[in-house]
Each structure stands twice: as structure tokens, then as C-alpha cells.
Design a protein around this ligand. Structure first.
Ligand code: ZN
Length: 195
């Protein structure tokens, strides 16, 4: 319920959806397993946005749009082999989250599209809807589009090594606390030194 509510708030630009509307969505989408629901609604929203941009659709996304994505996804998943989770591209120049990027256009609406990296390829291979979408890199060549969130900073490999080693000695919780304290002290982001 909360998930559906969150998505409906996002598509209505933060206005709270009515309980009735949430109820309708909830019932219509009952057949989609909880674990898949978020990804399926995201994909449907992305596709809906793109269709609106091209003038092929208008108005708001409906539960039918979500169900259409679900059917396609099931059909293509049963055909394809390989893992069921997208690879997390550590080298991604856009700092995407598992192949998806949240962009914001000049109209202020945000939308999700596939990344230009190999994690984005993973989505494109699995669904014709994702495959049909303009990739994030191509959008960003147009200055009207920006990343909706700051690029994800990745923890440098040396820091991860340090944390793992330290966690073995003092436990995860303490190691993490030491690390956070250290990073806050050294604003230049020098690597933590072992004591
Ligand atoms: Zn990426």
C-alpha cells in the first residue's frame, strides 16, 4: 500500500492521492508479487513518460499500464536466462543505480530511464519497453535534462578494504563508526589510517 501511495504521489507531483484511488490500484495490481511491484511500476512510469514526451499518450498512468509491463516482463523473463537482478556497474560514469537513472526534464518532472552502461543493457535485454527507451546518456546530451539526484559517490576500494579489516578486529558497528568519524574529521577525504 505504502509503495503504491508513494508512486501515486510522485506521478501527481506530491499531491496526496485519494484512498479510493490507492484502493483501486491495490486491487488491480494484486496479482503482481510484492517483490516485483516497485520495479514494475517504475518501468511503467518510465514508459508512460516517454510515450507522453512523444505525444503518443497524455494524462496519468493507469493500473492497466502497469499490468501491461508486468505481462511483458514475465514473458521476456521466461525466455531469457541469467540472473534476475541487474548487475551493479561499479565503473558507471553516471553513477547509476543498477542500470536505472532518475532524470529531471525542463518541465520539472522526474522520470526513470535506462543507463547507458552495461547495467542499462541488462534492462534493455529483458524488456522491449526498456529497450525502446532513450538512454540516460543520450538525454543528458541535451542541457534541458539533468540527473535528478547527485551522482552516487562510491566508496573507494581502499576504504572498503580498510573497513573490512577493521570490522574483523572490532566488529562492524564500531568499524563503521570509526570510519564515519574519520571521514567527518578529514574533510579532504584522505584515506583512513590504521591505528
Ligand atoms: Zn550506469
Amino acid at each position: 500500500m505504502r509503495l503504491i501511495r508513494g508512486h501515486l504521489e510522485a506521478v501527481t507531483r506530491g499531491r496526496s492521492p485519494t484512498g479510493e484511488r490507492i484502493g483501486v490500484w491495490f486491487r488491480e495490481l494484486e496479482s503482481i508479487p510484492d517483490g516485483d511491484l516497485d520495479a514494475v511500476i517504475r518501468e511503467a512510469r518510465a514508459h508512460h513518460n516517454e510515450a507522453c514526451d512523444r505525444g503518443r499518450r497524455w494524462g496519468q498512468i493507469t493500473p492497466d499500464d502497469v499490468l501491461a509491463v508486468w505481462r511483458l516482463r514475465r514473458a521476456s523473463l521466461s525466455k531469457s536466462s541469467g540472473g534476475s537482478t541487474p548487475p551493479d556497474s561499479l565503473e558507471c560514469p553516471l553513477g547509476c543505480e543498477s542500470g536505472q537513472v532518475l532524470l529531471v526534464g525542463s518541465d520539472g518532472y522526474d522520470f526513470v530511464t535506462t543507463c547507458s552502461c552495461e547495467s542499462g543493457d541488462w534492462w534493455a535485454e529483458r524488456s522491449p519497453l526498456w529497450a525502446s527507451m532513450t538512454r540516460a546518456g543520450a538525454y543528458l546530451e541535451n542541457p534541458a535534462f539533468k540527473l535528478a539526484r547527485p551522482k552516487r559517490e562510491r566508496m573507494p576500494r581502499t576504504h572498503i578494504d580498510w573497513l573490512e579489516k577493521r570490522a574483523e578486529a572490532v566488529g562492524h558497528r564500531t568499524a563503521m563508526k570509526e570510519y564515519v568519524d574519520h571521514v567527518e574529521r578529514s574533510k579532504e577525504g584522505r584515506e583512513p589510517v590504521e591505528t
